[in-house]
Design a protein around this ligand. Structure first.
Ligand code: ADP
Ligand code: MG
Length: 261
Protein backbone atom coordinates (compact mmCIF):
# COMPACT_ATOMS: atom_id res chain seq x y z
CA UNK A 1 0.00 0.00 0.00
CA UNK A 2 1.38 3.43 -0.92
CA UNK A 3 2.07 6.03 1.75
CA UNK A 4 -0.93 8.08 0.59
CA UNK A 5 -3.21 5.03 0.95
CA UNK A 6 -2.01 4.37 4.45
CA UNK A 7 -2.55 7.98 5.48
CA UNK A 8 -5.96 8.03 3.84
CA UNK A 9 -7.01 4.97 5.85
CA UNK A 10 -5.74 6.60 9.05
CA UNK A 11 -7.69 9.80 8.34
CA UNK A 12 -10.91 7.89 7.62
CA UNK A 13 -10.43 5.96 10.84
CA UNK A 14 -9.89 9.12 12.87
CA UNK A 15 -12.97 10.69 11.27
CA UNK A 16 -15.06 7.56 12.03
CA UNK A 17 -16.00 6.84 8.43
CA UNK A 18 -15.85 3.03 8.40
CA UNK A 19 -17.86 2.42 5.24
CA UNK A 20 -15.87 5.00 3.29
CA UNK A 21 -12.77 3.29 4.58
CA UNK A 22 -13.79 -0.12 3.21
CA UNK A 23 -15.02 1.08 -0.16
CA UNK A 24 -12.87 4.07 -1.13
CA UNK A 25 -9.99 2.18 -2.81
CA UNK A 26 -12.25 -0.11 -4.80
CA UNK A 27 -14.40 2.84 -5.90
CA UNK A 28 -11.25 4.78 -6.82
CA UNK A 29 -10.23 1.94 -9.18
CA UNK A 30 -13.60 1.92 -10.90
CA UNK A 31 -13.69 5.74 -11.01
CA UNK A 32 -10.34 5.71 -12.88
CA UNK A 33 -11.63 3.05 -15.30
CA UNK A 34 -14.85 4.97 -15.94
CA UNK A 35 -13.07 8.35 -15.93
CA UNK A 36 -15.41 9.80 -13.35
CA UNK A 37 -14.79 13.32 -12.06
CA UNK A 38 -13.31 13.83 -8.59
CA UNK A 39 -16.64 15.20 -7.41
CA UNK A 40 -18.60 12.15 -8.58
CA UNK A 41 -16.10 9.83 -6.94
CA UNK A 42 -16.28 11.71 -3.64
CA UNK A 43 -20.06 11.70 -3.86
CA UNK A 44 -20.13 7.92 -4.35
CA UNK A 45 -17.91 7.34 -1.33
CA UNK A 46 -19.93 9.64 0.91
CA UNK A 47 -23.25 8.21 -0.28
CA UNK A 48 -22.04 4.74 0.74
CA UNK A 49 -21.08 6.10 4.15
CA UNK A 50 -24.52 7.73 4.60
CA UNK A 51 -26.27 4.52 3.55
CA UNK A 52 -24.20 2.47 5.97
CA UNK A 53 -25.00 4.84 8.81
CA UNK A 54 -28.73 4.82 8.11
CA UNK A 55 -28.71 1.03 8.03
CA UNK A 56 -26.80 0.75 11.30
CA UNK A 57 -29.11 3.25 12.95
CA UNK A 58 -32.19 1.25 11.89
CA UNK A 59 -30.60 -1.98 13.15
CA UNK A 60 -29.80 -0.33 16.49
CA UNK A 61 -33.28 1.20 16.81
CA UNK A 62 -34.87 -2.17 16.01
CA UNK A 63 -32.83 -3.85 18.74
CA UNK A 64 -33.66 -1.09 21.24
CA UNK A 65 -37.36 -1.14 20.33
CA UNK A 66 -37.77 -4.72 21.62
CA UNK A 67 -40.23 -5.29 18.79
CA UNK A 68 -40.70 -8.98 17.93
CA UNK A 69 -39.11 -9.00 14.47
CA UNK A 70 -41.14 -11.91 13.12
CA UNK A 71 -44.29 -9.77 13.44
CA UNK A 72 -43.68 -7.60 10.39
CA UNK A 73 -46.08 -6.30 7.78
CA UNK A 74 -44.40 -8.58 5.24
CA UNK A 75 -45.75 -11.58 7.15
CA UNK A 76 -49.13 -9.96 7.86
CA UNK A 77 -52.12 -10.52 5.60
CA UNK A 78 -53.61 -7.01 5.37
CA UNK A 79 -56.42 -8.31 3.16
CA UNK A 80 -57.81 -10.12 6.17
CA UNK A 81 -58.57 -6.80 7.86
CA UNK A 82 -61.83 -4.92 7.36
CA UNK A 83 -61.37 -2.59 4.34
CA UNK A 84 -61.46 0.55 6.46
CA UNK A 85 -58.81 -0.74 8.89
CA UNK A 86 -56.38 -1.69 6.11
CA UNK A 87 -56.91 1.72 4.46
CA UNK A 88 -56.21 3.51 7.76
CA UNK A 89 -53.16 1.27 8.36
CA UNK A 90 -51.68 2.40 5.06
CA UNK A 91 -52.10 6.04 6.03
CA UNK A 92 -50.38 5.38 9.38
CA UNK A 93 -47.27 4.12 7.61
CA UNK A 94 -46.25 7.62 6.51
CA UNK A 95 -45.67 8.38 10.20
CA UNK A 96 -47.49 11.73 10.15
CA UNK A 97 -49.50 10.65 13.20
CA UNK A 98 -46.25 10.35 15.17
CA UNK A 99 -45.34 13.95 14.37
CA UNK A 100 -48.85 14.99 15.43
CA UNK A 101 -48.44 12.93 18.67
CA UNK A 102 -51.59 10.98 17.89
CA UNK A 103 -52.41 7.62 19.46
CA UNK A 104 -53.54 4.36 17.89
CA UNK A 105 -55.90 2.08 19.75
CA UNK A 106 -56.40 -1.42 18.36
CA UNK A 107 -59.37 -3.38 19.68
CA UNK A 108 -60.49 -6.91 18.94
CA UNK A 109 -60.80 -10.36 20.40
CA UNK A 110 -57.76 -12.57 21.06
CA UNK A 111 -56.04 -13.78 17.90
CA UNK A 112 -57.52 -11.10 15.65
CA UNK A 113 -54.05 -9.76 14.85
CA UNK A 114 -53.83 -6.62 17.02
CA UNK A 115 -50.31 -7.24 18.31
CA UNK A 116 -48.97 -8.36 14.93
CA UNK A 117 -50.49 -5.34 13.18
CA UNK A 118 -49.12 -2.75 15.62
CA UNK A 119 -45.70 -4.43 15.66
CA UNK A 120 -45.68 -4.37 11.85
CA UNK A 121 -46.50 -0.66 11.88
CA UNK A 122 -43.84 -0.12 14.58
CA UNK A 123 -41.18 -1.82 12.46
CA UNK A 124 -42.01 0.30 9.42
CA UNK A 125 -41.72 3.43 11.58
CA UNK A 126 -38.28 2.32 12.80
CA UNK A 127 -37.19 1.66 9.21
CA UNK A 128 -38.16 5.26 8.48
CA UNK A 129 -35.82 6.32 11.30
CA UNK A 130 -38.29 6.82 14.17
CA UNK A 131 -37.77 5.65 17.73
CA UNK A 132 -40.18 3.00 19.01
CA UNK A 133 -40.44 1.06 22.27
CA UNK A 134 -42.59 -2.06 22.55
CA UNK A 135 -43.63 -3.71 25.80
CA UNK A 136 -46.41 -5.78 27.23
CA UNK A 137 -48.41 -3.39 29.39
CA UNK A 138 -48.06 -5.63 32.38
CA UNK A 139 -44.27 -5.86 32.17
CA UNK A 140 -43.90 -2.11 31.78
CA UNK A 141 -46.23 -1.48 34.72
CA UNK A 142 -44.13 -3.82 36.88
CA UNK A 143 -40.96 -1.97 35.83
CA UNK A 144 -42.53 1.41 36.61
CA UNK A 145 -43.76 0.16 39.96
CA UNK A 146 -40.27 -0.99 40.85
CA UNK A 147 -38.93 2.41 39.80
CA UNK A 148 -41.58 4.11 41.95
CA UNK A 149 -40.55 2.09 45.00
CA UNK A 150 -36.98 3.26 44.45
CA UNK A 151 -38.24 6.86 44.02
CA UNK A 152 -37.14 6.78 40.39
CA UNK A 153 -40.51 6.95 38.65
CA UNK A 154 -39.94 10.39 37.05
CA UNK A 155 -36.61 9.19 35.69
CA UNK A 156 -38.18 5.99 34.27
CA UNK A 157 -40.96 7.97 32.59
CA UNK A 158 -38.45 10.45 31.21
CA UNK A 159 -36.46 7.58 29.73
CA UNK A 160 -39.58 6.40 27.91
CA UNK A 161 -40.20 9.91 26.62
CA UNK A 162 -37.09 9.52 24.45
CA UNK A 163 -39.17 7.24 22.24
CA UNK A 164 -41.48 8.90 19.76
CA UNK A 165 -43.73 5.84 19.83
CA UNK A 166 -44.64 3.68 22.81
CA UNK A 167 -46.48 0.43 22.07
CA UNK A 168 -48.38 -0.99 25.05
CA UNK A 169 -49.52 -4.49 24.29
CA UNK A 170 -52.55 -6.04 25.99
CA UNK A 171 -53.87 -3.21 28.11
CA UNK A 172 -56.36 -4.67 30.55
CA UNK A 173 -55.31 -8.25 29.98
CA UNK A 174 -54.17 -8.68 33.57
CA UNK A 175 -56.25 -7.28 36.42
CA UNK A 176 -54.23 -4.54 38.02
CA UNK A 177 -54.01 -3.43 41.60
CA UNK A 178 -54.71 0.21 42.41
CA UNK A 179 -51.01 0.92 42.76
CA UNK A 180 -50.29 -0.59 39.34
CA UNK A 181 -53.14 1.36 37.81
CA UNK A 182 -51.74 4.59 39.27
CA UNK A 183 -48.34 4.26 37.59
CA UNK A 184 -50.03 3.36 34.32
CA UNK A 185 -52.22 6.45 34.60
CA UNK A 186 -49.19 8.61 35.41
CA UNK A 187 -47.41 7.30 32.32
CA UNK A 188 -50.40 8.00 30.05
CA UNK A 189 -50.92 11.45 31.56
CA UNK A 190 -47.23 12.32 31.07
CA UNK A 191 -47.27 11.23 27.44
CA UNK A 192 -50.48 13.06 26.58
CA UNK A 193 -49.75 15.35 23.59
CA UNK A 194 -46.01 14.70 24.04
CA UNK A 195 -45.64 11.36 22.26
CA UNK A 196 -47.68 8.68 20.50
CA UNK A 197 -49.01 5.69 22.39
CA UNK A 198 -50.15 2.62 20.49
CA UNK A 199 -52.32 0.26 22.49
CA UNK A 200 -53.81 -3.18 21.92
CA UNK A 201 -56.68 -4.28 24.10
CA UNK A 202 -59.40 -6.85 24.04
CA UNK A 203 -61.43 -4.81 26.50
CA UNK A 204 -63.80 -2.27 24.93
CA UNK A 205 -63.90 1.17 26.59
CA UNK A 206 -67.10 0.15 28.37
CA UNK A 207 -65.02 -2.27 30.46
CA UNK A 208 -62.02 -0.01 31.16
CA UNK A 209 -63.22 0.62 34.67
CA UNK A 210 -61.81 -2.86 35.35
CA UNK A 211 -58.40 -1.36 34.54
CA UNK A 212 -58.62 2.10 36.08
CA UNK A 213 -60.84 1.11 39.03
CA UNK A 214 -63.00 4.21 39.44
CA UNK A 215 -65.21 6.08 36.99
CA UNK A 216 -63.31 9.38 37.24
CA UNK A 217 -59.86 7.94 36.52
CA UNK A 218 -61.27 5.75 33.74
CA UNK A 219 -62.90 8.74 32.07
CA UNK A 220 -59.71 10.79 32.45
CA UNK A 221 -57.57 8.01 30.92
CA UNK A 222 -59.94 7.42 28.00
CA UNK A 223 -60.25 11.15 27.43
CA UNK A 224 -56.48 11.63 27.13
CA UNK A 225 -55.96 8.61 24.91
CA UNK A 226 -58.87 9.28 22.59
CA UNK A 227 -58.45 13.05 22.21
CA UNK A 228 -56.02 12.70 19.29
CA UNK A 229 -56.38 9.13 18.18
CA UNK A 230 -57.04 6.61 15.48
CA UNK A 231 -59.15 3.60 16.46
CA UNK A 232 -58.69 0.27 14.70
CA UNK A 233 -61.54 -2.17 15.29
CA UNK A 234 -60.44 -5.68 14.40
CA UNK A 235 -63.71 -7.49 14.76
CA UNK A 236 -62.31 -10.69 13.32
CA UNK A 237 -62.28 -14.34 14.25
CA UNK A 238 -58.97 -15.64 15.59
CA UNK A 239 -56.33 -16.09 12.88
CA UNK A 240 -54.93 -19.11 14.72
CA UNK A 241 -58.29 -20.84 14.96
CA UNK A 242 -58.91 -20.15 11.28
CA UNK A 243 -55.52 -21.52 10.26
CA UNK A 244 -56.00 -24.62 12.41
CA UNK A 245 -59.38 -25.28 10.80
CA UNK A 246 -57.94 -24.74 7.32
CA UNK A 247 -55.10 -27.17 7.97
CA UNK A 248 -57.61 -29.75 9.17
CA UNK A 249 -59.54 -29.17 5.96
CA UNK A 250 -62.60 -27.97 7.85
CA UNK A 251 -64.68 -24.95 6.89
CA UNK A 252 -63.73 -21.76 8.73
CA UNK A 253 -67.28 -20.45 8.90
CA UNK A 254 -68.04 -21.94 12.30
CA UNK A 255 -65.30 -19.96 14.06
CA UNK A 256 -66.76 -18.14 17.06
CA UNK A 257 -67.79 -14.60 16.14
CA UNK A 258 -65.80 -11.59 17.33
CA UNK A 259 -66.71 -10.09 20.71
CA UNK A 260 -69.57 -7.67 20.27
CA UNK A 261 -68.61 -4.17 21.42
P1 ADP B 1 -53.96 -10.53 19.11
O1 ADP B 1 -52.89 -9.62 19.55
O2 ADP B 1 -55.15 -9.81 18.52
O3 ADP B 1 -54.39 -11.51 20.15
P2 ADP B 1 -51.90 -11.60 17.39
O4 ADP B 1 -51.44 -10.40 16.67
O5 ADP B 1 -51.04 -12.12 18.48
O6 ADP B 1 -53.40 -11.41 17.90
O7 ADP B 1 -52.15 -12.75 16.32
C1 ADP B 1 -52.29 -14.11 16.68
C2 ADP B 1 -51.47 -14.99 15.73
O8 ADP B 1 -52.02 -14.95 14.43
C3 ADP B 1 -50.03 -14.49 15.60
O9 ADP B 1 -49.19 -15.59 15.43
C4 ADP B 1 -50.07 -13.66 14.32
O10 ADP B 1 -48.82 -13.68 13.69
C5 ADP B 1 -51.14 -14.34 13.49
N1 ADP B 1 -51.94 -13.41 12.70
C6 ADP B 1 -53.02 -12.71 13.10
N2 ADP B 1 -53.55 -11.98 12.10
C7 ADP B 1 -52.78 -12.22 11.02
C8 ADP B 1 -52.81 -11.75 9.66
N3 ADP B 1 -53.75 -10.90 9.20
N4 ADP B 1 -51.84 -12.21 8.81
C9 ADP B 1 -50.89 -13.07 9.26
N5 ADP B 1 -50.81 -13.55 10.52
C10 ADP B 1 -51.75 -13.13 11.41
MG1 MG C 1 -51.92 -9.58 21.38
Amino acid sequence: MSKAHGELMACLKELHLPTARTCCLELADSARREQLSYEVYLLEVLQRECQGRRQHRVERLLRESRLPLQKSLQTFDLKRLPGKVSAVTRTLLDGGFVDRKENVLAFGNPGSGKTHLLCGIGQELVRAGRTVYFSSTNLLVQELLLAKRELKLPRAIKKLSRYAVLILDDLGYVQQSREEMEVLFTLLAERYERGSVLITSNLPFSKWELIFKDAMTTAAAIDRLVHHSVILELNLPSYRVEQAKKSRGGASTDVPPADPK
